[in-house]
Every structure is written in structure tokens, then in C-alpha cells.
Design a protein around this ligand. Structure first.
Ligand code: FES
Length: 199
């Protein structure tokens, strides 16, 4: 081949090779961008899923907090509950148990109390023990007499009380809102002032 033709052929081959490399590098770049986009999509999905789950948890916490601070008025625990006069026990008689309000109405010569049945030790429900005539916690054995005073076990104070209002017809209204429950700070005994006079 003469030198001129060899030069032209060399230039042509070089151009084809250069174009091929350019196309290959463009393809590679496109592939890399697609892969990067996929990773980015996956990250966005994971981030959105985590944000969504956090929002659901926060919403549930908000509802629970709202129910605690502003309880409904349907007669459930947290609301004001009315106990009819016919359910108020005689002095010293078996306590009246209110399931929805989680309290017992007890009565002695000083008046009545609404005792929250949640054990002041670790929170178990304390049942009335008719055989022993006291409240006896099944979890760790704390014992409270009919006036709510602690008489044994690991509990460090007497049973908590709920505020009571005596109505004109002899019924009573018990406030079961947890923020209103009166804890006897470290006191284990019963005082006559713990009772609300009842006609
Ligand atoms: S929870 Fe009642 S004694 Fe422990």
C-alpha cells in the first residue's frame, strides 16, 4: 500500500476506535447512573418507611396521652363514675366492687372511701379476701385492711384513694382519672380524714 493510502486507512481506524470507546464509555456511564438511581430509590423507600412507622408510633402515643389527660365520659376507667345509693355498703360490710372504675367502696363509722384496686407495690389488682376480711395482693402478699391501711407485705404505703362527691339522692360520684387519684405519700395507716362523711 502506498504511504498516502496507509495514512488514510490509519486515520479511519483511529476514528472508528475512538468512536467505539466513546460509545462504550457513554453506555457505562448510563448503566452507572441507572444503578445509582436504583440505590437511591431503595434508600428513599427505606427512609420513607422508617418515617411512616415513626409517625404511626408517635400518633399512637399521642392518642394514649390524650386519653390519659382527657379521658372520655362513658363510664369507663378515667371518667367520673356514679354509684347508686343502693350499692353503698353498710359500715364494716363487704366492700362494693366497681369493675369499670377499678375501685372498691368501703365504709366505716367515719364515712366512705373509694379505694383504687391497683396494688401500690408493683401494680397488681388487689382482690377482696372475704375469708380474711382484708385486701390481699396475690403477687407478693401485701395486705391491706378494709380501711385501706397496709398491714403486711412489701407495699410501702396504704391503698390509694379516688375523690368522692356525695350527691343529693345518696348516690356518689367517683373520679377515676389517674391524675386525680390521691396517693398517701409514704403513709401506711388510715386516718379518719381519709373518709368522706356519708349520711
Ligand atoms: S404487686 Fe402487690 S404485693 Fe407486689
Amino acid at each position: 500500500m502506498n504511504p498516502l493510502l496507509r495514512t488514510v486507512a490509519g486515520l479511519g481506524t483511529g476514528w472508528v476506535a475512538a468512536r467505539g470507546m466513546a460509545v462504550a464509555s457513554r453506555l457505562q456511564a448510563t448503566h452507572g447512573e441507572a444503578a445509582a438511581a436504583k440505590v437511591s430509590d431503595r434508600r428513599s423507600f427505606t427512609r420513607n418507611a422508617a418515617l411512616g412507622a415513626s409517625a404511626v408510633v408517635l400518633a399512637n402515643l399521642g392518642v394514649a396521652f390524650g386519653m390519659l389527660m382527657w379521658p372520655n365520659k362513658t363510664g369507663d376507667f378515667g371518667s367520673d363514675i356514679t354509684v347508686s345509693a343502693g350499692n353503698i355498703p353498710e359500715p364494716g360490710a363487704t366492700p362494693f366492687r366497681n369493675q369499670a372504675g377499678k375501685f372498691y367502696i368501703v365504709r366505716n363509722e367515719d364515712g366512705i372511701q373509694a379505694l383504687y384496686w391497683k396494688c401500690v407495690h408493683l401494680g397488681c389488682t388487689v382482690p377482696w379476701n372475704a375469708g380474711e376480711n382484708d385486701f390481699h395482693c396475690p403477687c407478693h402478699g401485701s395486705i391491706f385492711n378494709i380501711d385501706g391501711a397496709r398491714t403486711g407485705g412489701p407495699a410501702t404505703r396504704r391503698l390509694d384513694r379516688m375523690p368522692i362527691v356525695v350527691n343529693g339522692d345518696g348516690s356518689i360520684t367517683v373520679t377515676t382519672n389517674p391524675t386525680m387519684i390521691e396517693a398517701a405519700s409514704g403513709r401506711t395507716d388510715y386516718l379518719p380524714t381519709d373518709a368522706t362523711p356519708y349520711p
